[in-house]
Design a protein around this ligand. Structure first.
Ligand code: NI
Length: 184
């Protein structure tokens, strides 16, 4: 890559798995001390892959790694605030709910309204193994819940009606077939 590539994109990109890849439906295992090297090498590549897509969150199973690891950056006002979340956990949720349109890099081009708690309290470890905690609302709260779901093999379409889900999954399958044909 040329030197003009911004630093946050200067990492080898990872292929993103698309539904119905079986890895997207598995429960990920906790990151342990022996995973430190893997996580250090994976996290910057996941961030670069997310920015490039472009997306605001990416979970390890989406790039084929079944570890409880995700990256998030809602890029508010176009400012980069990359977050690497190791073993993230939602420890409290608000009673207030919020409905927002969601999409997912593993279901390209598909969107649906999803209702989730409006605010969450999150605990995680950062790349240095330091315990972190934050309260999030708005888009960040939605994004965090969406990414954490991935670590349990849950996709945003699992939060909508079966009718809508089936429609959306059929459309995705059709779109992907078209794409494949175009690539030939
Ligand atoms: Ni997703």
């Amino acid at each position: 890559m040329s030197d003009e590539t911004p630093a946050h994109l200067r990492h080898e990109l990872l292929p993103i798995l698309i539904v119905p890849d079986a890895k997207l439906r598995q429960k990920c295992r906790a990151v342990g001390p022996t995973d430190a090297d893997v996580v250090r090498e994976l996290a910057p590549r996941m961030l670069a892959t997310m920015y490039k897509a472009p997306g605001i969150g990416l979970a390890a199973p989406q790039v084929g790694s079944l570890l409880r690891l995700c990256v998030v950056d809602i890029q508010k006002d176009d400012v980069l605030t990359p977050m690497v979340l190791v073993n993230p956990e939602i420890v409290a949720v608000s009673k207030d709910l919020h409905t927002r349109e969601e999409g997912c890099l593993s279901l390209p081009g598909q969107y649906a309204d999803v209702t989730r708690p409006a605010e969450v309290k999150l605990r995680w470890l950062d790349l240095d193994g330091t315990k972190r905690e934050m309260q999030a609302d708005g888009l960040l709260a939605t994004c965090l819940q969406h990414e954490l779901d991935h670590l349990d093999g849950v996709l945003f379409v699992d939060h909508i009606s079966a009718l809508k889900r089936n429609m959306l999954l059929r459309k995705l399958a059709k779109d992907m077939k078209l794409r494949q044909r175009e690539a030939m």
